[in-house]
Design a protein around this ligand. Structure first.
Ligand code: MRU
Length: 329
């Protein structure tokens, strides 16, 4: 296998491209990835995003770099820089570490390692969707946040992938998609994927989620994860913790869905997960294919963590490709 076509990434004849997710849903623009530094910029400005996808994308960029005439030291330096492009999703470190563990750091070996990980990611998505299927009832109204679909992996996705797959297999579900401030991955990307797949859905402001639960609109919640600690605590898009708290109060089942590449056995609990803090301008206003506007007074102080940590005690279970880890609380 030397080619790959996913919703947000392609690799054909040695050319690596990513779909610029900052321009969705208005424009579907593919960008050729020139080198590792370019890939780091694309990851940091979220043109390519989602925990499993950034790992595979970085691995492919490294393989392509190794195919140009560079030495092992240059490959190792590029790997180190790619590994540090974003701090929270452990899939990035997992993928680069697997690349560095290949017997020979040459272009062909690294390409095969990257494509093998892409294949595994696809298979893991299928397995997660299969486990989640048993937890989804006909008629369910399911809340999700951020984007954990085909745009975040090279397969069908994690949490959103499981919902789209359940719909395709005939379960009549309705998805409630939180818009996901500040960068609107829910409103822009999840809504785009759901519309493309023909899944009935409703968009809501993040702050309307607890009210939707109170009004009995929500049967269950399915969210993705960027890093799962050994004790089951997990990091996911900012706002996930608040959803889990509200779901617990309203006795609504709450599941995280993630592949093994998201598990970090080195992290004992959520307290050790590094949380990315992003630039002030993301909160002071908004920028996208629709233009740019700043609504807050210039110089206003901002707190902008990109992720939060949900304790395992607040979830019903974590759905992995290997099976479901239930929480006893
Ligand atoms: O900042 P992002 O858009 O990369 O954040 C993505 C998420 O939080 C997803 O929920 C997570 O990566 C899991 S999806 C496979």
């Amino acid at each position: 296998m030397t080619t790959l076509q996913a919703l947000g990434l392609s690799y054909h004849a040695g050319v690596l491209c990513i779909l610029d997710q900052t321009l969705l849903p208005e424009k579907e623009e593919w960008v050729v990835v020139r080198n590792p530094e370019h890939m780091i910029q694309l990851i940091q400005r979220l043109a390519v995003r989602g925990a499993p996808l950034i790992g595979i994308a970085a691995a492919l960029a490294l393989a392509n770099f190794a195919k140009s005439s560079v030495d092992v030291c240059q490959i190792q330096n590029a790997a180190k820089a790619l590994r540090a492009a974003r701090p929270t999703a452990v899939n990035l470190m997992w993928a680069i570490d697997r690349m560095l563990a290949t017997p020979h750091l040459d272009g062909e070996n690294l390409l095969q390692a990257a494509l093998q990980m892409a294949h595994e990611d696809k298979m893991m998505c299928e397995a997660m969707a299969e486990h989640a299927f048993a937890l989804i009832e006909d008629g369910d109204q399911i809340l999700t946040v951020c984007n954990s679909g085909g745009l975040a992996t090279v397969g069908v996705g994690t949490a959103l992938g499981a919902l789209i797959s359940a719909h395709q297999r005939g379960k009549r579900i309705h998805v409630y998609a939180c818009e996901t401030r500040p960068l609107l991955q829910g409103a822009r990307l999840t809504a785009w994927e759901l519309a493309k797949a023909g899944v009935p859905f409703t968009l809501l402001c993040d702050s309307a989620a607890a009210t939707a639960m109170q009004q009995k609109k929500i049967s269950s919640c399915f969210v993705g994860a960027d890093r799962i600690a050994a004790n089951g605590d997990f990091a996911n898009k900012i706002g996930t913790y608040a959803l889990a708290l509200a779901a617990r109060f309203h006795k609504i089942p709450f599941y995280a869905v993630a592949p093994e590449s998201t598990c970090d056995p080195e992290c004992p609990s959520g307290a050790s997960i590094p949380i990315e803090e992003r630039a002030d301008h993301e909160v002071l206003g908004v920028k996208g294919s629709f233009g740019e506007v700043q609504w807050a007074p210039p110089g206003a102080s901002v707190f902008n963590p990109a992720f939060d940590v949900t304790p395992f005690s607040l979830v019903s279970g974590v759905i992995l490709n290997t099976g479901i880890r239930y929480s006893s609380t």
